[in-house]
Design a protein around this ligand. Structure first.
Ligand code: HAM
Length: 404
């Protein structure tokens, strides 16, 4: 028997309803914040991710579903959504037009990771990207929007924030950090030793305990910010405080993608085990320019749908829709016609086979409909239909043409 690939999952009941509810809720809230829907291809040129997410990142270095297509192009399945949205933004010349552009998207992402609870090879994100706004108020507003989304889904969280500086303050910090890392190099894990050269900032969030112990004395990014980055970071902290958002500073939060500048954040849940990040994002003021667009500030985030699916508090399920059944085969045409009329304004299930009243009622109950309507022998003769409201338990017989 052919099975789904390792790390890839079908989404069936009851998760399918939760999945839809997450997307509907997040989309509705994003629209309220001025975001419009964008759809970009699942397959992109590999170079797009190398240049944005970064060659030295784990995502690009180890986890891409990459192949040469029949035309000889080096392509890969998107490991995340931001790069494609930025490419679309530039390709459609929105960078040249200027102004503010805000997009939301959802869909599958692919990373060839080692599967475990909360970590899949195909997973789904809902994300937002805002272009053209330099103000840190936009960073704050995005965090507030994520709060609104998680509140509407009934999900608890903590927020971790950090600043990753800018081209003015980061080179100096990097130099200091490299110097410090070289001093402790021998005690660091192999990955970290390699990262000293390729991506020293990433050493900070190494999960190996021995590395973390050695890193206790390492220089802290937010203590080395330039005036503007520092002032924005402090403003953000003040706003988060004044809105009572549950945040903590995390000087080791560097994110797994290389495009961030200034604000970086993650929402974490304490209820889902080791893979606790339920959303992540930040500002990426250099990325549009890096991908050959006109320099445009930007900020965004994405949340992992599979990571929150079990946490969602679903609204109480209400009985909804109509079940139509027959006890006489001749009634089938009447039922089919009635179903078509009723489907103009409600959900309708039709049972084509003749069954007992008891069997029909059982099936209708299982489907969660509000009304069960049946045509039996007597009803057929009289041009009527028997209707039971499964909520109020009220039963009646009415003329077919009176059905509503
Ligand atoms: P990310 O932190 O790599 O950021 O992913 C965002 C979220 O996707 C994570 O917080 C997590 O919930 C979920 N996620 C990531 N990997 C997996 C996986 N293997 N299995 C299940 N869920 C996963 C980004 O992707 C950035 N593009 C976010 C962003 C948008 N930054 C700016 N704009």
């Amino acid at each position: 028997m052919i099975q789904a690939l390792r790390g890839m999952k079908d989404i069936l009941s009851p998760d399918n309803e939760r999945f839809e509810f997450i997307i509907e809720t997040a989309s509705r809230i994003a629209k309220r914040y001025g975001y419009q829907y964008i759809e970009t291809p699942l397959l992109e040129e590999t170079a797009l991710f190398k240049r944005s997410v970064g060659e030295s990142s784990d995502i690009v270095g180890k986890e891409m579903y990459q192949f040469i297509d029949k035309g000889g192009h080096d392509v890969c399945l998107r490991p995340e959504g931001t790069a494609g949205v930025v490419r679309a933004f530039i390709q459609n010349k929105l960078d040249k037009k200027g102004g503010i552009n805000r997009f939301f998207y959802y869909g599958p992402m692919f990373r060839y990771e080692r599967p475990q609870k909360g970590r899949l090879r195909e997973f789904h994100q809902f994300g937002c990207e805002s272009f053209g706004e330099t103000s840190v108020y936009e960073d704050f507003t995005i965090i507030l929007m994520i709060k609104d989304i998680f509140d509407a889904l009934g999900i608890g969280y903590r927020i971790k924030i950090n600043s990753l500086g800018c081209p003015e303050c980061m080179p100096g910090y990097r130099k200091n950090l490299i110097k410090h890392l070289q001093d402790i190099q021998d005690g660091l894990c192999e990955d970290c030793q390699r990262r000293i050269e390729t991506n020293p900032i990433r050493v900070l969030d190494c999960k190996v305990e021995a590395c973390q112990n050695l890193l206790k004395e390492s220089p802290v990014i937010v203590e080395n910010l330039c005036e503007e980055c520092d002032s924005d970071f402090n403003k953000l902290i003040e706003m988060l405080k004044s809105h009572n958002l549950p945040f903590e500073l995390d000087s080791k939060l560097v994110r797994g993608l290389d495009y961030y500048t200034r604000t970086a954040f993650e929402f974490v849940s304490d209820e889902i085990g080791a893979q606790s990040a339920i959303a992540g994002g930040g500002r990426y003021n250099r990325l549009v320019e890096f991908l050959d667009g006109k320099p445009t500030p930007a900020v965004g985030f994405a949340l992992g749908i599979e990571r929150i699916i079990e946490l969602v508090k679903m609204p109480e399920a209400k009985r909804d829709g109509l079940y139509l059944g027959i006890m006489e085969p001749e009634a089938i045409n009447t039922i089919l016609e009635l179903a078509h009329i009723q489907r103009q304004n409600q959900k309708v299930y039709t049972e084509y086979n003749k069954k007992s009243l008891k069997a029909h009622l059982k099936a209708a109950d299982r489907l969660g409909v509000k009304k069960c309507a049946i045509i039996g022998e007597d009803e057929l003769k009289a041009g009527e239909i028997w209707v039971k409201d499964l909520e109020t338990k009220e039963e009646k017989r009415i003329a077919i043409n009176q059905f509503n």
